[in-house]
Structure formats: C-alpha cells, structure tokens
Design a protein around this ligand. Structure first.
Ligand SMILES: *[C@@H]1O[C@H](CO)[C@@H](O)[C@H](O)[C@H]1NC(C)=O
Ligand SMILES: *[C@@H]1O[C@H](CO)[C@@H](O)[C@H](O)[C@H]1NC(C)=O
Ligand SMILES: *[C@@H]1O[C@H](CO)[C@@H](O)[C@H](O)[C@H]1NC(C)=O
Ligand SMILES: *[C@@H]1O[C@H](CO)[C@@H](O)[C@H](O)[C@H]1NC(C)=O
Ligand SMILES: *[C@@H]1O[C@H](CO)[C@@H](O)[C@H](O)[C@H]1NC(C)=O
Length: 399
C-alpha cells in the first residue's frame, strides 16, 4: 500500500509540474484571505508574512496578491530559499512608519535568498521619509540611520516591473549580491532636496539591467558600487538628482573591481552631475574598467561628463594624495544637450594611476548659464582618443 500511495503522489506532482510549466499556472495567495484589511490603518505585517510562508513553501510557482488599497506595513524581511518561483503582485500602496525609531535595522522591505522572483503590479512603496529627512545627519554622523525602502540581497533570476518607490528615508533601493536581475518600467520619486535618497544603489552583482525607467531623487539616480559586473542602464530618465554615478570608490579596503557598465539611450535632466565616475584621493587600490556611455541627452545638467578622482566631500580626505583606483577602457559617445556648468567635460584622473584607453566620440554640449560663454573642458592625467566631433573640444592643449 505504501508504495502505491507514493507512486500516486509522485504522479500527481508530475501532473502539477507539467500544468505549471505549460500553462504558467501560479497558485494565488491573496493577503485578504490572510486577514488583511484595506482600512488604511491596520498594518498587514502578519497577513503578508503568513501568505509569504505558504507561497514560499509551495512546490508550484506562486503569486502573492496585494489588491488595490492603502496598507501600513512595518519593517519586514521576506526570505527564501523558496521551493518554486514566486511573484509578489503589489497593486496597492504600502506605507512605511514615518518614525525611524520604529525600525530595528536599515531596511524597510527586504527580499533575500530568492531564485526566480518577480515583483510587479503597478503598486507603490511609500517610505514616508519627510520626518527622517529633517533628522538626517549623515554629513557629520558616520553611524546615521539609513533606512532603505527596498533591499534585494542575493536574489537571482529576478524581474521588478511596474513598481514605484517613493519618498524613502535614505536610499530607495539597495541591490546586493544579485545575479540576472532586471528593473523594467521602474519609478523612483523623491523631492530634489531630500538628502541621501539615491534611486538604486547596486554593488557586488553580476548581470543587472535597468530599462525604461524614471528616476528622480535628491541624490544619485543610480549609484554603482564595487563588485558591479555587467550592468546595462537603457531608456532611463534621470532627474532631479545627482546623475548616474560609478562610486564613490577607494574609501574602504578590499573593494572588488567594477567591470562592464553600459549607459545607453538615457536622458538626464536638471541634475548636479551627468554621468560620473568618482573615486577618493588617498584611497585604497581598486579598478574600474569597461564603462560605456552612449546616446545620452543632457538637459541643463551640471558636469555632464565627469571623471572625478578628487572626490572629497566635506573635506573628509587628504586631497593631495592621489587616488589608487585605476580607471581604464571608458567611452563617451554621442552625448549632447545643455550643461548648467561652463565646464561641460571634466576628466580629472589620478596622477599616480592615470586613466587609460579613454575614448571620446561625438559630443555636443552647450553651456546654458546666465552669462553663457562657450562650454569648456578640463583634463588631467588622461590622453583620450577621439572620433567624430567634439563641442567643446576636449582636452585641447592650452594655446
Ligand atoms: C534571467 O531571469 C529571467 C527572469 O527575470 C529568466 O526568465 C531568464 O531565464 C534568466 N536567464 C538566465 C540565463 O537564467
Ligand atoms: C541586459 O541587457 C543586455 C543588452 O541588451 C543583455 O545582453 C543582457 O542579457 C541583459 N541582462 C539581463 C539580466 O537581462
Ligand atoms: C530610448 O528610450 C526611450 C525611453 O526613455 C524609449 O521610448 C525609446 O524607444 C528608446 N530608443 C531606443 C532606440 O532604444
Ligand atoms: C581594455 O581593453 C583592451 C582591449 O581593447 C583589453 O586588452 C584590456 O584587457 C582591457 N582592460 C581591462 C582592465 O579591462
Ligand atoms: C550642437 O548643438 C547645437 C544646438 O542644438 C547645434 O546648433 C549645433 O549645430 C550642434 N553642433 C554640432 C557640431 O553638431
């Protein structure tokens, strides 16, 4: 008898498996069935955790649904490994506690140790950051609170699509240790003067794409940390904010190389910087290579093209000791529009490890400032190769 039962359940499992792979059937886990209410007041922490527990244990692909409505949600970690691919379809708006004191750690919603994950549904993660911004002391306190709306730790084969993150207390999204991870039609929004509200911070990843997305914040739209490999940013509108930045690098010991970043078909509007690679002086060694910036429109952007190996905010470093982060194999092609600073192209490389193999293609940047002299470039410790035309001329020898 025992053997027959075993055979039957094995056959049933096989049947289920074939249904899910052919018809893409997902088991649905609706949080309303787990006791959630959409009264806008009751938090859904318990309902979501219970739905997650069941969905994660499901041997067939599953989908957790959070229907339209507004739901308070406290600090939460949703973690795997799960038995099968899992989707969270957020149709409603989740609201974080406004008071940072209600958080024990540095993330609001954390997804971790997942393989085959989708976050979709058109919904919103609202970090309610206003109070936290007024209390932000990160420019003088190294141990300041950094509560991040969304954390993805060690998540592979994942898609985040049609999701908005708004008014995070600190960075909006942190992506760490992920592989084959795509953000598509992703929206990040926070006021231009909200401190440290970077859009997406990415580090120690292999294969991340950000496509057709809108990111406007008070800091970097996308910041790229050490150990980033194979990152494609395409069709992204960035601004307000500080632009798309690689770094800052070199401040901590043992940073992994940044290798393979493509920024293509993007529009950057009204930001402090455009596309930037920044490293600290007096730094630990490191490397940045294979960086390509192509088909980028700049609209009233400060420092549209910027390699800054003298990055030293708040005089936190010994600026006269050169950076040891080696930058090589970088290209800037077809970058055009307006610069809000007279210096439109600034390539400030390290005197100790000069930039190598920097290519400058078609550039057309016009200074849009009040006195409107022609835009200029500034270069040190770099000898680019050129193709096409450059307005302004780049790294021309002083007359
Ligand atoms: C990458 O992840 C997507 C899910 O977003 C999946 O469909 C695809 O098969 C994965 N690619 C590889 C090479 O595993
Ligand atoms: C990202 O885009 C590039 C270029 O289109 C593609 O080769 C790569 O497979 C994509 N990676 C992911 C994670 O989707
Ligand atoms: C460039 O990106 C925009 C989105 O900002 C998209 O609509 C357009 O199709 C893209 N163009 C190309 C050539 O990929
Ligand atoms: C830079 O590109 C050259 C070929 O163009 C290649 O040989 C070299 O390995 C690359 N350097 C790095 C650090 O990727
Ligand atoms: C640069 O852009 C300006 C403004 O769009 C345009 O008038 C000018 O012809 C362009 N120059 C080149 C060399 O493409």
């Amino acid at each position: 008898m025992a053997t027959i039962e075993l055979q039957i359940s094995a056959a049933a499992a096989l049947l289920l498996l074939s249904i899910s792979s052919v018809g893409n059937a997902q088991l649905i886990f609706d949080i309303m069935k787990y006791g959630a209410t959409a009264d806008g007041v009751s938090s859904i922490d318990q309902a979501l955790l219970s739905a997650w527990k069941d969905a994660c244990a499901s041997a067939t692909p599953s989908k957790i649904v959070i229907p339209p409505g507004t739901y308070p949600l406290g600090e939460i970690t949703l973690q795997g490994p799960c038995k099968a691919p899992l989707e969270v379809q957020l149709q409603g708006t989740l609201k974080a506690p406004a008071d940072s004191a209600q958080f024990k750690q540095d993330g609001w919603v954390t997804f971790q140790y997942l393989d085959g994950f989708t976050l979709s549904g058109g919904g919103v993660f609202d970090g309610q950051g206003k109070l936290a911004w007024s209390q932000n002391d990160c420019n003088k306190n190294k141990n300041c609170r950094k509560i991040i709306n969304l954390r993805f730790n060690f998540v592979t084969n994942a898609l985040v699509q049609d999701i908005t993150t708004r008014d995070s207390k600190n960075f909006h999204v942190n992506v760490l240790g992920c592989k084959n991870f795509t953000f598509n039609r992703f929206t990040v929004t926070a006021p231009g003067d909200s401190p440290n509200t970077d859009g997406i911070h990415i580090a120690k990843v292999d294969g991340v794409n950000v496509t057709d997305s809108n990111i406007g914040t008070g800091d970097d739209c996308i910041s790229i940390g050490d150990g980033t490999k194979q990152l494609h940013i395409t069709g992204v509108n960035c601004g307000p904010g500080h632009g798309i930045s690689v770094g800052s690098l070199g401040k901590t010991r043992g940073e992994e190389p940044v290798q393979g970043v493509w920024v293509k078909n993007c529009t950057i509007t009204g930001t402090q910087n455009g596309v930037r690679i920044k490293t600290w002086p007096a730094s630990f060694p490191g490397s940045v290579s294979d960086m390509h910036f192509e088909d980028v429109t700049m609209v009233n952007v400060g420092n549209p093209i910027f390699i800054d190996q003298l990055y030293c905010p708040w005089n936190q470093c010994k600026a006269d000791i050169p950076s040891l982060v080696k930058i090589s194999n970088v290209s800037f092609r077809n970058i055009h529009g307006t610069s809000s600073t007279a210096v439109a192209v600034k390539l400030t490389c390290s005197s100790k490890v000069p930039c190598e193999n920097v290519e400058v293609g078609d550039i057309n940047l016009t200074y849009s400032g009040p006195e409107a002299p022609a835009a200029i470039s500034e270069c040190s410790n770099v000898t680019p190769t050129f193709s096409g035309t450059q307005v302004p001329s780049v790294c021309a020898k002083e007359a």
